[in-house]
Design a binder for this molecule. Structure first.
Ligand SMILES: NC(=O)c1ccc[n+]([C@@H]2O[C@H](COP(=O)([O-])OP(=O)(O)OC[C@H]3O[C@@H](n4cnc5c(N)ncnc54)[C@H](OP(=O)(O)O)[C@@H]3O)[C@@H](O)[C@H]2O)c1
Length: 358
């Protein structure tokens, strides 16, 4: 894997089709090792790499190193990744600034930028009693779109997302108006909602009422419940789906143990409380015999998501070159064979928000 790859992307294989799944435009990276496939991003018409890039860890988790992150990001670009998910909240603009450098270093390429407005009260997840004024008053929406534009050094965002969400906020007509203002001012082409953990239905109204062009939701071997209602409605409205947290924050990489601990201040200490860690590790261990030859558990987890044609892009969190290479290689391998996919469906784990789930 140490060899140098060219960065050129060669268009266009196949002919256009109306299928929602794999894009007809299979742009290939020239590595000769990896082929990145592209999918339609809902009604925007964008062709996005089916493996995108989650940028929380590199400016929000302990153990990040900017040089290592920039190397990993450039590697992803070189291998055909063109969709990057960041947020103001990832290091108070730091992750956005890092992405801005990547954009400038790759000025000749179209890289899609998705970022997020943090809730004004800085509370994750949202709670039912939070109001629009607590989280996203209209002036504040505009202010943070401008902040993100400045951090990224661009004039227009491809996708601006709400970093927490309550469908109930749509009862307040100021919200759709504020969203429309962002669009018509040309500050963002598309608008999305990032739905709270384990609440995939709390976003359906945003899809149905045309506020969201994209929905970002946790979807992985365990969290299959977005398939029940959210995905069919997104399909019906041609709204893009961003599958986030594909490894359940690390469990589905198969590298956690019941003794796993993170440095002081790392949020995972508060998510993987004993109860969660114990159950998560047991469930990951149950998957181990199913990992196909030549794959890691992480790769199996990504391929499982690729089986779903409703998903536009998956955004694994990555900070290391070796993880970028392993994850992007999955696009070439494609979805899992149907019998294995069926077996994994039985590992669905329905969960409800709790005091520690965040
Ligand atoms: N509310 C929201 O909107 C929200 C919430 C959570 C996440 N997100 C987005 O979704 C993205 C993904 O979620 P996440 O980063 O929280 O969790 P994740 O993708 O489920 O897991 C990330 C972890 O997996 C590791 N990893 C990646 N590839 C691997 C591989 N091939 N083998 C072994 N380990 C591997 C990463 O290591 P390294 O980092 O060391 O490479 C990191 O520790 C975020 O980065 C963010 O963009 C959004």
């Amino acid at each position: 894997m140490a060899r140098t790859f060219l960065a050129v992307l060669l268009p266009v294989h196949g002919t256009p089709s109306t299928e929602r799944g794999h894009s007809p435009y299979n742009v290939r990276s020239t590595s000769g090792v990896h082929t990145m496939r592209y999918r339609k991003f809902g009604r925007t018409g964008w062709n996005v790499s089916e493996i995108g890039y989650g940028m929380w860890g590199l400016a929000g988790w302990t153990g990040s190193d900017d040089a290592e992150s920039l190397d990993a990001l450039q590697r992803a670009v070189d291998l055909g990744c063109n969709f990057f998910d960041t947020a103001w909240a990832y290091g108070d603009g730091r992750s956005e600034q890092i992405l801005g450098k990547v954009l400038r270093d790759n000025a000749g390429k179209k890289l899609y930028v998705a970022t997020k407005i943090p809730p004004k009260n800085r509370q994750w997840p949202s709670r039912r009693d939070f109001t629009l004024d607590d989280c996203f008053p209209p002036d504040y929406i505009e202010e943070y779109v401008n902040e993100s534009l400045a951090n990224l050094g661009v004039e227009k965002l491809d996708l601006i997302q709400f970093h927490t969400w309550e469908d109930r906020w749509l009862n307040d007509e100021r919200l759709p108006r504020a969203v429309e203002k962002v669009r018509t001012a040309g500050k963002a082409q598309a608008v999305g909602v990032s739905v709270n953990r384990w609440e995939p239905c709390n976003g359906i109204r945003a899809v149905l009422e045309g506020v969201a062009d994209a929905v970002q939701v946790i979807y992985n071997i365990f969290d299959q419940n977005p398939e029940d209602a959210l995905f069919p409605i997104c399909r019906m409205k041609n709204v893009a789906i961003i599958a986030r947290v594909p490894f359940d924050e690390g469990t589905l990489t198969g590298t956690l143990t019941v003794d796993s601990k993170w440095p002081k201040g790392d949020w995972r200490n508060t998510y993987f409380v004993q109860e969660n860690l114990k159950n998560s590790v047991a469930r990951a261990e149950a998957l181990r015999p199913l990992v196909p030859a030549g794959n890691s558990m992480a790769q199996m987890a990504l391929r499982f998501i690729l089986n779903n044609p409703d998903v536009s892009t998956i955004i694994p969190g990555m900070r290391k070159r070796r993880n970028v290479e392993a994850n992007i290689a999955v696009s070439d391998q494609g979805p899992l064979p149907a019998p294995l996919h069926k077996q994994l469906r039985a590992h669905r784990w329905d969960r409800n928000p709790t005091s520690w789930s965040q």
